[in-house]
Write a protein that binds this ligand. Structure first.
Ligand code: PEP
Ligand code: MN
Length: 339
């Protein structure tokens, strides 16, 4: 059960409400976000909603029996818009295009990507400064120095930064330089990290776990929301299956399913999803047609020289073409009534 509280509820009214709901056999958690104030009741007992519905301080009550509640569409039908400022947003009804290298490598590289983005009217740049690598001997990122350098250049160009945070201790130092914190596929169930991201007023893009189910992704998002942060974006980036012909299996089924279950925007990552450069565009466009609100893909001036994930990274000519095709495909999708 989700009880949406009125902004002006008094602490006495809230206490009465909590006692009443607890008395019905529910355990109650209070959630306060940038946007709202909620009581989440967990319990199985059926009860007559009129027993609490008339109490003071309630805006609305919703029965949501799923494991995830606040991220569910069952109580909030209107899609959530993630506003990054300066007119840049990720939202239903629009197509966000997020691109950039797997890893931030140098000032020269950042400048080249930014110029490429500006030529194509792209305003959201991805890139890792803390890189989760399967091998400890692989390039692990430029760290905070790289992020500060990137921030200075991106800010001057009016470009927003999407970058991965790997651990709790990095959140604070990264905070001022980041527009969207990315939670990587290896960290989707790092519940300490999710709890802490719930405490920041900054957008969070959560990738689906390498072997995570759709429901687990929604539950991970629930951690952040219930921690106090509603600014969430879900990302399908492929899962590990028995298939070895591609790096991962991009589960495009997840897109309409997530969109139907949650009010949060959904983006697709075809780069990690298939892991093969020449097939990234096809999967990106398939993601658009599946109903995604955005595509996040890797690009680099010279992918064969990239420090990481070059095999799945587009060069600038390919990226320009793809950005254009994403826009055209999205315009076509809008003429259909798919969802
Ligand atoms: C990345 O975006 O470069 C990355 C490491 O992604 P994932 O967590 O999906 O593997
Ligand atoms: Mn990568």
């Amino acid at each position: 059960m989700i009880i949406q509280l009125k902004q002006e509820i008094s602490s006495g009214q809230k206490e009465t409400l909590i006692q009443k709901v607890t008395g019905l056999g529910y355990t109650v958690t209070e959630v306060k976000t940038q946007v709202g104030n909620y009581l989440i009741g967990i319990g199985k007992k059926a009860f007559d909603i009129r027993k609490i519905g008339a109490l003071d301080g309630i805006q609305d009550i919703h029965i949501v029996s799923d494991e995830y509640k606040l991220v569910s569409k069952k109580w909030k039908v209107k899609p959530t818009r993630i506003d990054l400022g300066d007119g840049i947003a990720i939202q239903d009804g629009e197509m966000a295009i997020i691109t950039g290298p797997c890893s931030i490598e140098s000032e020269e590289q950042i400048v080249k990507v930014i110029n490429h983005m500006k030529e194509n009217n792209l305003t959201m740049m991805r890139g890792g400064v803390f890189k989760p690598r399967s091998s400890p001997y692989a390039f692990r990122g430029l760290g905070m120095d790289g992020l500060k350098l990137w921030y200075r250049l991106a800010k001057a160009a009016g470009i927003k930064i999407v970058t991965e945070v790997m651990q709790v201790s990095q959140i604070e130092e990264m905070y001022d330089y980041v527009d969207v914190f990315q939670v990587g596929a290896r960290n989707t169930q790092n519940f300490n990290l999710l709890d802490e991201l719930g405490k920041v007023d900054k957008a969070v893009l959560i990738k689906r776990g390498i072997s995570g189910t759709i429901e687990e992704l929604l539950q991970s998002a629930e951690y952040v929301f219930s921690g106090g942060n509603e600014k969430l974006i879900l990302c399908e980036r492929g899962i590990r299956t028995y298939e070895k012909a591609s790096r991962n299996t991009l589960d495009l089924n997840a897109v309409p399913i997530l969109k139907s279950k949650s009010h949060l925007p959904v983006v697709v990552d075809p780069s990690h999803g298939i892991g093969i450069r020449e097939f990234v565009p096809q999967m990106a466009l398939a993601g658009v047609m599946a109903g995604a609100d955005g595509i996040i893909y890797e690009s680099h001036e010279n992918p064969d020289k990239a420090y990481s994930d070059g095999q799945q990274t587009l060069n600038f000519a390919q990226s320009s073409l793809l950005a254009d095709q994403i826009r055209k495909t999205f315009a076509m999708r809008k003429t259909f009534d798919l969802l």
